[in-house]
Design a protein around this ligand. Structure first.
Ligand SMILES: *[C@@H]1O[C@H](CO)[C@@H](O)[C@H](O)[C@H]1NC(C)=O
Ligand SMILES: *[C@@H]1O[C@H](CO)[C@@H](O)[C@H](O)[C@H]1NC(C)=O
Length: 309
């Protein structure tokens, strides 16, 4: 295996450990290859510049207009790295986002696949609403936390489920990622002969605690049995902050993952959304495609100018 292949393999594991969800249950190789396209960002030329956003948003957002900005984190505000712990925003990205959040003209929320305290720690800006686990958790700037409609009996089973999975199945290279309200059981490093049995058993255990077992790429995810996604989270956060008239707000969203498509659908028509992807053929509900994390930075620079005018 070449170094390059190893890096890609590690990167693929990381994507599935922190940022990808499999509600659509894609585990085909083409899906994986598509996700790997995010890792080529460094080498690809990136010609986006701030004035380019006039053409996308110029007629939508006037100088000094109040906006609601919703963002994904991994692959959108920060480059994806070989381990989720290593991921970080550039200082410029952070200061621009901070200026927007503190402008008095912008409501800012970040919705991530990470657990909510994890994403808050990564971004480190106070005046932002953070949402983790693809929207299951919402953490407000005043420290109030809201867990979306998980029945108590289900929540109470979570630790027991993690314990049993860990005790019984965390071996031969398999491991359990505890995301506080959901989990991912990873077995990419496990000998292929052992996988089918592991998979079946992991699903049995997850379901025996009343959770939903989803097949992911070399992983099984355990999620609370409620309908939830980033789009519903965005609607919840916007309604909570601006009541049901939120569609009259200028809502802008950017995200790079398939789970972000639910947000793009939720704000379609009234808001404006950007899918971060190098792939010109990417299937998306977004209004626009932009190529990279750096293009997201240019978008933020453009918005910063607008809200501080
Ligand atoms: C990543 O961060 C988690 C939580 O802070 C920690 O438990 C884990 O050991 C870290 N892993 C690496 C490889 O740094
Ligand atoms: C919680 O887990 C137990 C098994 O330990 C199971 O019998 C029970 O049905 C689970 N609760 C719910 C609400 O699914």
């Amino acid at each position: 295996m070449t170094i390059n292949a190893i890096v890609k393999l590690v990167a693929l594991i990381v994507v599935h450990s922190c940022c990808t969800e499999s509600s659509t249950t894609t585990s085909s190789d083409s899906g994986a290859a598509q996700q790997l396209s995010h890792f080529n960002v460094d080498s690809a030329p990136d010609k986006m510049s701030t004035p380019d956003f006039d053409q996308y948003l110029g007629s939508y957002i006037a100088d000094g207009e109040r906006i609601a900005l919703i963002l994904d984190y991994d692959g959108t505000l920060a480059e994806i790295t070989a381990h989720p712990n290593l991921t970080q925003m550039t200082p410029q990205m952070k200061s621009t986002l901070q200026n927007i959040a503190n402008s008095g003209k912008a409501f800012v929320a970040v919705i991530s696949g990470r657990d909510v305290y994890g994403v808050k720690e990564k971004i480190g800006i106070e005046n932002i609403v953070y949402s983790g686990n693809h929207g299951l958790e919402v953490l407000y700037p005043d420290g109030t936390k809201h867990n979306q409609g998980i029945p108590k009996e289900i929540a109470d089973n979570f630790t027991k489920m993690i314990d049993q999975l860990t005790k019984e199945l965390a071996k031969d290279g398999a491991w359990v990622e505890d995301k506080k309200v959901s989990l991912t059981f990873h077995y990419r490093q496990v000998d292929a002969k052992l996988v089918p049995e592991l998979e079946v058993r992991a699903k049995q255990i997850i379901e025996s605690y009343g959770y939903r077992a989803n097949q992911a790429h070399a992983a099984v995810e355990g999620k609370p049995p409620i309908k939830w996604n980033k789009g519903l989270a965005a609607e919840y956060i916007l309604t909570d902050s601006f009541d049901t008239n939120w569609r009259q707000r200028k809502v802008i969203f950017a995200g790079d993952d398939t789970t972000d498509e639910d947000v793009m659908q939720a704000i379609k028509g009234s808001g404006r959304s950007f899918r971060v992807s190098k792939d010109p053929q990417v299937e998306t509900h977004a209004d626009f495609r932009i190529p990279s994390v750096d293009a997201v930075y240019q978008l933020l620079k453009w918005l910063e100018k607008k809200v501080t005018k």
